[in-house]
Design a protein around this ligand. Structure first.
Ligand code: ZN
Ligand code: MN
Length: 479
């Protein structure tokens, strides 16, 4: 992650953060968890609804096979044991939940005891990843969008009954950056397995952060606050740092935090008090009488395991090995889904350093029609000095857009190898015309090098290779 939140120390000496995350993930099914209504973001409000997801009397839920499958795939991808699961009713009243209870897994979740390994090697335990249905969506009008001072509330039930997996970590993260790395890794796992589109900005991945603080090195768990529904990695980092500092301030002033949910105010840069947190007994959980237990067979689990795609941690390791770089230097390639192409191109003879450079700098929009064979051929032309780096970029963009043979594309664009002899002549002329600048270069002023390269680029309309010009200049300075 490029924009780090922790450029300076966040807490005073002697204090550390204790962070646990609950991430609600919407599964990428066509229909909802217990009915045939469309699971689709952004439709007209209250168009994807039926008696079941509205909780009308007499309606009955039917589990969505694809949703259960996705949940188990995610469980295995997180290293969980996939166990028999039981749906329970979590009873509470809220306008966005017309049934007055949420169908969720409580004592017997489908997935338990997994872990996420972060790119730096830290392992964060996953306590559980249970299946549940989403609620509808309330929009509070007036009063800054909060229910407390709203003039009216609109409810859209399109989201009610959308399948979720709630991934619950242990309280094991110690910095906001670590929490962000965890969420980024989970997102990459969701994308690799295809179980969710993982779009935080559309709410298909929503993070609740449980934050407390304690004296460094102690193993106590002090009162925590739960910051709800954080919808970007940036907000996550800011909210955690703010909340942890707030706790330290309270503890060091002979006060203490109250256990409650809190909201992150992005503009104000602070958290505000929500409701005091209910205990589990307030929800009167009981097993849902309408739904049978989900009992996966050993065969089902074996099938899931054998068709599991390569996960980000394995892909990082593979690319790091192929390219001879640290795993930390493979993150961008994984995030862009270009690691497979990079490995194949290197295997086809492409220079690893050049391949990684193009993946990081010139292939941000994806590989398009670029193949490993054409990529490797282009990288070789670059290494041979047949094309300047500007020309390579142009040919690469053409390969992504339309595919083809890099040599033929370069020829059709009039990109011919600049003859070194021709460059020599040009450089001689430039030195003769600019004796002062050349003198400064000889005295060791390297900034003036850019002047000469720029002039040669101008004279050759960008066809010269800047690296070759630099070499020629250094050679002359040594002669
Ligand atoms: Zn429905
Ligand atoms: Mn939940």
């Amino acid at each position: 992650m490029s924009d780090t939140t922790e450029t300076k120390q966040v807490l005073p000496d002697g204090w550390e953060m204790v962070i646990g995350l609950e991430v609600h993930v919407e599964l990428a099914t066509k229909t909802k968890l217990f009915c045939g209504c469309a699971n689709h973001f952004g439709d007209e409000p209250n168009t994807n609804i039926c008696p079941t997801c509205l909780g009308l009397p007499g309606s009955l839920p039917v589990p969505n096979e694809q949703a259960i499958h996705f949940a188990m795939v995610l469980g295995r991808a997180l290293g969980c044991s996939v166990e028999p699961g039981i749906f329970a009713r979590k009873n509470y009243f809220y306008p966005d939940m017309p049934k007055d209870y949420q169908t969720t897994q409580y004592e017997e979740p489908t997935n338990e005891h997994g872990a996420i390994t972060l790119p730096d090697g830290r392992v964060i335990a996953i306590e559980r990843a249970h299946i549940e249905e989403d609620t509808g969506k309330s929009t509070h009008l007036g009063g800054g969008g909060r229910i407390h001072d709203a003039t009216a509330t609109l409810v859209d039930y399109n989201r009610a009954g959308v399948p979720l997996v709630e991934v619950v970590s242990g309280p094991e993260m110690r910095t906001a950056d670590e929490a962000r790395a965890y969420v980024a890794e989970l997102r990459d796992i969701l994308l690799a397995t295809g179980v969710s589109d993982a779009r935080m900005e559309e709410g298909s991945m929503r993070v609740d952060a449980n934050v407390s603080v304690r004296p460094t090195g102690s193993d106590e768990l002090r009162t925590r606050c739960e910051i709800k529904n954080i919808n970007s990695l940036r907000s996550l980092g800011r909210a955690i740092n703010y909340e942890a500092r707030r706790h330290v301030d309270l503890w060091t002033n002979n006060d203490q935090p109250t256990q409650e949910t809190r909201h992150w105010d992005e503009e104000g840069g602070r958290t505000t008090s929500g409701r005091s947190k209910e205990d589990a007994e307030d929800y009167r959980y009981f097993a849902c009488p309408d739904l049978p237990p989900l009992v996966p067979t050993a065969e089902t689990i074996a099938d899931i395991d054998s068709s599991m795609p390569a996960l980000p941690a394995a892909r990082r390791a593979a690319l790091a090995e192929a390219a001879g770089v640290a795993e930390a230097d493979t993150l961008l390639a994984i995030e862009r889904g270009l690691d497979g192409l990079a490995c194949e191109t290197i295997a086809a003879g492409g220079d690893a350093t050049a391949v990684m450079k193009h993946v990081d700098q010139n292939l941000a929009e994806g590989q398009g029609k670029l193949t490993s064979a054409s990529f490797a051929a282009l990288v070789s032309m670059e290494a041979d000095g047949a094309l300047s780096s500007t020309q390579v970029k142009t040919v690469l963009a053409e390969l992504v857009a339309n595919g083809g043979d890099p040599a033929a594309i370069a020829a059709s664009m009039g990109f011919e190898a600049m003859d070194t002899g021709e460059l020599d002549g040009l450089l001689d002329q430039l030195i003769a015309d600019n004796p002062d600048e050349w003198g400064r270069f000889l005295e060791g002023d390297n900034k003036v090098q850019g002047f000469f390269v720029g002039q040669i680029m101008k004279a050759t309309q960008g066809k010269a290779d800047g690296k070759v010009v630099n070499q020629l200049m250094r050679q002359r300075a040594q002669d």
